[in-house]
Design a protein around this ligand. Structure first.
Ligand code: IPT
Length: 982
């Protein structure tokens, strides 16, 4: 069953500075697999412990290589932490750093030291995942394309591969090592390999770990086992190659973003498997979005994995298996800029339908993460619970439609009850009375489950200075602030709620807002009954305890709260769009907050607080009966974006002309290749064999004509969505689709055959005829199945012949300028391909385009088969102290085969096209976009057919405009001409 799901998945993938806190409670990590003594990170059956303190790890996956603007990294980290996460998980992409064997770059947008420092400063723990293989829908699954030329099977202990990956690890491991907890950083786990489940080689798996230890990695080593352990060769939980703390990946909702309305858990219940008894259950990757393999658009993926899914599956996972470490894939997806995408599954956007959008905006999924994540961090007993079944569970609903799962903390006695539909697919609303025996007594609580909602209720809990006997509301968070407890509880709007608190004498109860009934019984129970509506407020004082302000909300009103400040001095805030941080200094609460519009802001802080500053604004406040400060925070100023005018255009395919000078091109004459796919005849024409790994590649072939030629037959492999265009003596012969990864992964896939008729009379006997072929390379296959037939599948021409001729064809090849020797290491190996304009720097700011033809706009200008470039400049001066998330929009429609590569200030920020994906809007990230200065936009447009209507209108737009944001410096990068290339 699970295996079948996996096969479907594989097919669809084909197609488609935290402080130490006391002594360790559990045993120190290791043996069996290398000691982690001194790492500060330990674990036992229940949870991870950091500095001896148990915690529930709530991580968001985020990839620095998908946000090439380091100034924006703090923005994402702030948003992750403010959303209730305490960790990030991050892959390190080998291909992103290494253009050539032995050459590595960790500067600029590749500065992973800076990324890890940013996480530390944001107070986020890090799960470091350097592969060597990462998958992640990245080109080659993170393997640099030069590895295709290295002998020995990838992901094995073969010698050639071993030497290559050891070199990668030798570079990346020390960087990770110096950011570990033991050295003042926040890296707490190290993930070896990735879903290494097919064609496994234990010696390799072990060596990756041995390298890590040799390079100074002291934290526990984990790995992410694919999807459902039992069916695979090894889960790496035991035996040769085993890791200390294996985890499991789960994608229960699959990837069918087109049918978000009907899909419900096709890939199982998504309860993460326990792999060993001595380790906590670790959800190493838990689905929090989806690949958009069917080109539905990511909003569909966000619906597929929306709040209902999150409530049901995430809470079930917490309660059924007692998982205490979660990594949600993705927290922020980002952008496959340049040629970063693996072509079979994704296009430019890697938004993923995540909680934080590609344009860095917060969604209703973010709200749900916030509700759940705050709970996990506030209620400490959650980190150590056992399942309780049978009579011992002591909990039952009087309606069989409602199912209950119970857990208890063996030390504190705290009880947890998961309330959800017994039939997980039910969409009805059902109510019940829950009878629950907790350490404080037996209570009746009204519960209600609306559709696929799920609630985790808490009983027998020391809530700060209070005693919560039981509640049918969920706890979002609570904090001890200024000598009293403030707690935010919530439930589905309209549902009934009851909360029972314990007091030794009758407390004083004041209902400040909302409709809340209460009763005190002499046995010490204060019972509150209410309906979840808006935000009710109850102040309880006396009764032998410190005061409690109870805030009873709905899902929606709970989500308006932010928790900031420090653990010692927490501050709760209601309102604004985001609170990054808060502090109290001599009577003034300072909020680092974003506001999308002017609106109420309410601060729950120490009573000494009297003034409020939100961002750069003083906010007049009044004190409320709740003891909070209430004011109105200002919103952003309007941000204007210019119209794009003054374009210039130039033909971009001079290579098609017979007289074009290709004397500097490489002669394609290699006789052997490392690719398992060997040419049937003639020299190897594969682009990678000549060091041209990314983007378009040109071939020019000469042969002596007889006049009897009838057709040219070619074959190319481009990856999904790729095509190639063919000219003979400057005459356009036509186009064909390039080959893609074969489902069978055989050594002889069916690539992209094309037969092109030679027009009668075009070739004269004795004349030297010139073929010119432009082949798109959409990126490299991944290596999910650890199969060189798949990973080492070539790109470019794989066969060529002229019908009616026996004359040999002498081929030359040209790809990205310099091949593996980058002329522009700042923008890096994945930025440009081998188009004439790319080789000549037409994409760069400062290129002298004055001689080009001026046009008001590319819109409506007919396009001929081949390549056409457009350039324009524009200035921006966006309001300071605001975050205007800006994009480029293509209006109208373009036909299949129309491909636009978008360059912003020389950076390839995406590919737009009729049949590449549904994407018409492209994020222009601040930092690459000069928000206060000059910008250059360059478009290279390839069409395969005459396109009279040309492109549609092209405009700048903003996804959002908020007051606040983080300061973002422009990313330094060279203008034209690149050093040494004039
Ligand atoms: C799992 C990978 O580990 C991860 O890199 C990414 O590819 C993710 O899937 C899908 O986006 S693979 C698993 C779903 C088979």
């Amino acid at each position: 069953m699970k295996l079948k799901a996996l096969a479907v998945l594989a097919a669809s993938l084909v197609l488609l500075s935290p402080a130490f806190a006391g002594p360790a409670e559990g045993r120190t990590a290791g043996p069996p697999k290398g000691s982690a003594t001194g790492s500060g990170v330990t674990y036992d059956h229940h949870s991870l412990m950091i500095g001896g303190r148990r915690l529930v790890v709530q991580a968001a996956e985020v990839h620095y290589f998908r946000l090439p603007s380091p100034g924006l990294w703090p923005d994402i980290m702030d948003k992750i932490r403010a959303g209730g996460f305490n960790a990030i998980s991050v892959y390190f992409d080998w291909a992103y750093h290494s253009p050539k064997p032995g050459v590595y770059d960790f500067t600029g947008v590749r500065d992973v030291d800076r990324f890890l420092r940013t996480a530390e400063r944001a107070g986020l723990y890090v799960i470091a995942r350097p592969g060597p293989y990462i998958n992640a829908e990245t080109t080659g699954g993170g393997f640099p394309a030069w590895l295709k030329n290295v002998p020995g099977r990838a992901r094995s202990s073969d010698a050639g591969f071993t030497e290559a990956y050891r070199d990668w690890l030798r570079h990346i491991n020390p960087i990770i090592a110096r950011h570990q907890l033991s050295r003042g950083g926040s890296v707490v786990l190290y993930n070896a390999e990735n879903e290494y489940a097919a064609n496994t080689d234990a010696a390799y798996m072990q060596d990756v770990q041995d390298r890590a230890r040799a390079d100074g990695i002291d934290v526990p080593i984990t790995t992410n086992d694919c999807c459902d352990a039992a069916s695979w060769t090894s889960t790496w939980a035991e035996g040769p190659g085993a890791v200390q703390l294996p985890g499991v990946d789960d994608y229960p909702q699959s990837f069918d973003c087109a049918n978000a309305d009907t899909v419900w858990g096709p890939w199982g219940e998504g309860t993460t498997e326990r792999l060993r008894d001595d380790i906590p259950v670790f959800a190493a990757e838990y689905q929090a979005g989806a690949i958009d393999g069917n080109n539905t658009g990511y909003d569909g993926c966000r619906d597929l994995t929306g709040p209902a899914y999150m409530k049901y599956f995430y809470k079930s996972n917490l309660m059924v298996t007692g998982a205490t470490a979660f990594n949600y894939y993705m927290g922020f997806g980002g952008t496959n800029w340049g040629w970063l995408a693996q072509p079979n599954d994704v296009y430019t956007s890697y938004d993923y339908g995540a909680a934080i959008t590609e344009a860095r905006q917060l969604t209703r999924k973010y709200d749900e993460f916030k509700r759940q994540g705050y709970f996990l961090q506030a209620v400490a007993p959650l980190a150590k619970t056992d399942l309780v079944t049978g009579p011992a569970a002591a909990v039952a609903a009087d309606n069989p439609a409602i199912g209950v799962v119970a857990r208890a903390n063996p030390d504190t006695g705290t009880r947890f009850a998961l309330i959800r539909h017994a039939d997980g697919t039910a969409t009805t609303t059902d109510s019940a009375t829950l009878t629950w025996t907790v350490p404080d007594g037996t209570y009746s609580l009204p519960v209600q489950v609306k559709g696929r909602d799920a609630h985790v209720l808490v009983g027998g809990y020391d809530l700060g200075g209070q005693r919560l006997a039981a509640s049918s509301s969920e706890i979002m968070t609570h904090a001890s602030i200024g000598g009293r407890d403030v707690a935010v509880l919530y439930g589905t709007a309209g549902s009934p709620g009851a909360t029972i608190l314990r007091y030794s004498t009758r407390p004083d109860v004041r209902v400040l807002a909302g409709d809340v009934r209460y009763a005190y019984s002499p046995d010490g129970d204060l019972r509150l009954d209410y309906r979840h509506e808006g935000l009710a407020r109850v102040l309880v004082s006396g009764g032998g305890r410190r005061p409690l302000l109870l805030l009873l909300g709905t899902d929606e009103t709970a989500a308006t709260f932010w928790r900031a400040g420090t653990a010692a001095a927490p501050i709760l805030v209601r309102g604004t769009s985001l609170v990054r941080s808060a502090d109290l200094d001599r009577g003034t609460v300072r909020l680092d907050a974003d506001t999308a519009a002017p609106g109420e802001v309410e601060v729950f802080a120490d009573p000494g607080a009297a003034r409020l500053r939100a961002g750069d604004a003083d906010v007049p406040v009044t004190r409320t009966p709740s003891g909070s400060l209430l004011g109105r925070a200002p919103g952003p100023r309007e941000a204007r974006l210019p119209t794009l005018t003054g374009w210039r255009t130039h033909d971009g395919a001079p290579e098609t002309a017979p007289g074009f000078d290709d004397s500097s091109w490489r002669t394609a004459d290699r006789a052997t290749t490392e690719s398992p796919m060997k040419p049937a005849s003639g020299p190897v024409l594969y682009a990678d064999d000549y060091g041209f790994h990314y983007g378009d590649v040109w071939y020019r072939g000469r042969f002596t004509a007889t006049g009897a030629e009838t057709a040219v037959t070619l074959n190319t492999i481009t990856g999904r969505r790729g095509q190639y265009l063919v000219w003979l003596d400057g005459h356009y012969l036509g186009t064909a689709a390039g080959g893609v990864q074969a489902d069978s992964d055989t050594a002889n896939p069916a690539p992209g055959p094309g037969r092109f008729t030679v027009p009668a009379g075009l070739l004269k006997p004795g004349h030297t005829a010139t073929l010119a072929v432009l082949v798109q390379n959409m990126g490299h296959n991944d290596d999910w199945t650890a199969d060189d037939n798949r990973f080492k599948q070539p790109r470019g021409l794989v066969a060529a012949a002229v019908e009616g001729s026996t004359a040999p064809i002498a081929w030359k090849i040209q790809g990205a300028r310099g091949g593996e020797d980058l002329p522009d290491p700042v923008r890096g190996p994945l930025n440009t391909g081998g188009q004439y304009g790319e080789r000549s720097g037409w994409h760069l700011p400062g290129y002298p385009d004055r001689s080009w033809t001026g046009v008001p706009s590319p819109a409506g200008r007919p396009l001929a088969p081949g390549v056409t470039w457009y350039r324009t400049d524009f200035r921006l001066d966006l309001p300071k102290g605001q975050d205007v998330s800006t994009g480029l929009r293509f209006g109208g429609d373009v036909p299949a085969g129309c491909r636009v590569v978008v360059y912003l200030n020389g950076w390839n920020v995406g590919q737009y096209g009729g049949d590449i994906g549904p994407q018409k809007e492209f994020v222009l990230p601040a930092g690459l976009l000069h928000e206060h200065g000059a910008n250059t936009l360059a478009l290279s447009v390839t069409v395969k057919d005459r396109t009279p209507a040309g492109l549609g209108p092209i405009s700048l737009f903003s996804y959002a405009n908020v007051r606040g944001g983080v300061p973002v410096a422009d990313v330094p990068a060279p203008a034209y001409p690149l050093p040494g290339t004039r």
